[in-house]
Design a protein around this ligand. Structure first.
Ligand code: MG
Length: 295
């Protein structure tokens, strides 16, 4: 009974990265996370996708994941609210495919305008210069996946074709226009003054239940998740089979999962949910087997 009181006094709000966190680094599977997703949905605990992906890239995935909440897209550049969701009225930057958009950084059209004069000083190739076929060849995405990746609202990826040493100069020139650089694997992302952490803070502050003290949980595996993890009451680093965990200097304990990807995601959330009085129905908790031998 005391646990129930705890839930009501401090409702949970969960933020999660996708690639390498909820989705397996290699196979993109989220199967080990399904029992926990079912528990979150049946208990009405909101879980927010916080990803570098575009809204278009998420349109099918969110249905497969059975997620009906607002989504933080393009590395915190903006938030997409499903029409009818209570916070959708706060999103005043247009609508797209049943979602209302809120820009937290700079709209892509403005980013492109600001990048234009920099082409005379630096050599780079933007997504907006490419066809879907070209991006498909570069990345291994199908043409239709490439189209979804190019359907952007809040950021612009580019291929740097200039000297590595000129990147700092480029970043400084962007900074003069409230733009910043985010290094990805293959591309450099130009984005406004926002990131996954700022977007998480915005949503937590404006969340309708915030007259209660929300407890936030964040799960991520990479450097671009650090700002989000730093905002969380329960920061969880999901172990990656492909790279070292990022360094997160938090005043609270930072959990590093034993298991990789979605199995680690489930393992860690089962622990947090248990502390708040939520448990998986018997027989569905096989993912909680956090034995090191399972690695
Ligand atoms: Mg990731």
């Amino acid at each position: 009974m005391s646990e129930q009181t705890h839930n009501e006094q401090s409702p949970l709000l969960i933020f999660t990265d996708l690639d390498g966190t909820l989705l397996d680094h290699y196979s993109y599977s989220f199967e080990p996370a399904l029992p926990v997703i079912e528990l979150l949905n049946s208990e009405g605990i909101p879980w927010i996708l916080n990803t570098s992906k575009t809204l278009a890239e998420l349109s099918e995935l969110r249905i497969a994941l059975n997620n009906s909440h607002p989504m933080i897209v393009e590395n915190g550049g903006g938030i997409a609210f499903p029409a009818g969701q209570p916070m959708a009225a706060l999103a005043s930057d247009g609508a797209k495919g049943g979602f209302h958009l809120l820009t937290l950084g700079v709209q892509r059209a403005d980013i492109l305008t600001k990048l234009e004069p920099l082409r005379r000083e630096f050599s780079f190739r933007e997504f907006s210069d490419m066809s879907a076929e070209e991006l498909s060849e570069l990345t291994g995405l199908t043409v239709s996946q490439a189209q979804q990746a190019m359907d952007r609202q809040f950021s612009e990826p580019l291929i740097w074709q200039d000297a590595e040493a000129k990147l700092a100069q480029f970043a400084a020139r962007l900074g003069e226009q409230t733009l910043s650089l985010l290094r990805g694997g293959r591309f450099i992302h130009v984005i406004g003054d926002s990131d996954k952490g700022k977007a998480m803070a915005w949503l937590s502050t404006h969340w309708p239940q915030s007259n209660h003290l929300l407890t936030t949980v964040a799960l991520g595996d990479g450097e671009n998740d650090v700002a989000m993890l730093l905002q969380a009451d329960f920061p969880i680093i999901v172990r990656s089979p492909a790279h070292e965990p990022p360094l997160v200097k938090h005043h609270r304990p930072v959990l590093l999962t034993n298991l990789y990807g979605p199995a680690g995601w489930a393992e860690a959330l089962i622990g947090v949910l248990d502390e708040f009085g939520y448990t998986l129905p018997a027989g569905t908790g096989s993912t909680s087997a956090a034995s090191p031998s399972a690695e």
